[in-house]
Design a protein around this ligand. Structure first.
Ligand SMILES: [Zn+2]
Length: 402
């Protein structure tokens, strides 16, 4: 912990430098600039580094919002003899800026103990913590291998993606323990995330002259009846499903939200199509097929199209996993009480657990979920330092540092 304090300025400076590279996704700007900067830092710290870029031919499928821009993944390895392989992972893409900022979103400004900018919380703070935690660890004796990965495209999800998903598909993610440094806070120990289905339902009716609605089938009115049926029959089921784990942001229920609707062409035509998009979130214990059946049951006997944009099963690793235990000990050593959490969203842990089969994995990072994806996104230097100490303590524990 004292060693991390010594790196306080270097840690803040690194985060500021990373924020200043505007890695906006979509479409995926300045990715190569970011990777060369981060690579230079790791090289400087003595890592062996490799860049794995997704082949151009695979970009349309793996990065559909990426406009053909490059998708480089960076892996840095630091070997200190025989011992466990601990992998630290963060995504370097950030969500669009949006409105109402009072600070430069890419200025990396430090003011009154806060560092501002898109990615300050989610999650360039995690990437900076990953690097500096290991530098602090060098003040001890340890044996093993630390792997650092910095990946793109976490924010645009996808059943597959060009970042961690692709690295896992390539067999490049192997570890005895893996830590993703998403912003769960210095006391947050993330053991999974909700499942999700994002999709689209289109009801098919039949056009008719607006003066003679009986001659048609009104798709807009049919959609209203469908949404009402969901409210009556499905919502009570979801309300009754509550996870016992803390959820960040705080939403312990299974949820379903219809987020867009469009239908009809003009007020003198009975509409023959009406489309809604929905966002269903599954708590651990639910599964995708049941969720689909529940959603579609009220449509029986009707003509409709169903399309999914994204889906993932819920992810949950056991609290008894060694890395989870180590994280709880580390948080207590910081003088805090660990909060065992799952994310209400989804993150790259799905690839780690479901793709690479690494259940000894968790999310631990210095930023705060509530300060992510907002105007004036920020992190306090205090949290940045504290989270980095937590991470250093987890590493020291896993790598048996003395
Ligand atoms: Zn994130």
């Amino acid at each position: 912990m004292a060693a991390v304090d010594e790196f306080r300025d270097e840690l803040a400076e690194l985060l500021q430098a990373l924020i200043r590279i505007p890695t906006l996704n979509p479409p995926g700007e300045a990715y190569e600039d970011f990777v060369s900067e981060f690579r230079a830092r790791l090289d400087g710290y003595g890592y062996t580094t490799e860049v794995h870029a997704v082949p151009e031919a695979d970009l349309p499928e793996l990065a559909p919002f990426g406009q053909g821009l490059p998708r480089p993944n960076l892996i840095g390895t630091l070997n200190r003899g025989d011992g466990p392989v601990v992998h630290l992972n963060g995504h370097y893409d950030v969500v669009p800026v949006g409105n109402d900022w009072t600070r430069d979103p890419f200025g990396g400004e430090l003011a009154d103990g806060w560092i501002y900018g898109r990615g300050a919380a989610d999650m360039k703070s995690g990437l900076a913590a990953q690097v500096i935690a290991v530098e602090a660890l060098r003040r001890t004796e340890w044996a093993g291998t630390v792997v650092q990965s910095a990946v793109p495209d976490e924010e645009t999800v996808g059943v597959r993606n060009a970042g961690m998903g692709w690295l896992v598909e390539q067999g490049l993610v192997k570890a005895d323990a893996l830590i993703i440094t998403e912003p769960f806070g210095p006391d947050g120990v993330g053991i999974g995330h909700k499942g999700a289905i994002w999709g689209e339902i289109t009801l098919q009716g039949k056009q008719a002259h607006g003066s003679s609605p009986r001659l048609g089938i009104n798709a807009v009115e049919a959609m209203a009846r469908y949404l009402y049926a969901i409210d009556r029959h499905v919502r009570p089921l979801l309300e009754a499903r509550v996870t016992a784990y803390g959820v960040t942001p705080d939403e312990p229920h299974a949820t379903l939200s219809f987020d867009t609707i469009r239908g009809g062409a003009a007020t003198n035509i009975v509409p023959d199509r009406c489309t809604v998009t929905f966002n269903r979130r599954l708590i651990p214990g639910e599964d995708l097929d049941t969720a689909r059946d529940e959603l579609l049951a009220p449509l029986e006997g009707q003509r409709y199209d169903y399309k999914e944009i994204y889906s993932t099963q819920p992810v949950l690793v056991g609290e008894e996993e060694p890395v989870v235990q180590a994280a709880c000990r580390a948080v207590r050593d910081l003088g805090l009480e660990p909060r065992i959490l799952i994310s209400a969203g989804s993150d790259d842990q799905r690839f780690v657990v479901q793709g690479a089969g690494i259940t000894n994995s968790l999310v631990y990072g210095p930023g705060t979920t509530g300060l992510s994806h907002i105007s004036d996104e920020r992190i306090s230097v205090e949290d940045l330092v504290l989270g980095t100490k937590g991470l250093a303590l987890i590493l020291a524990d896993l790598l048996e540092a003395t």
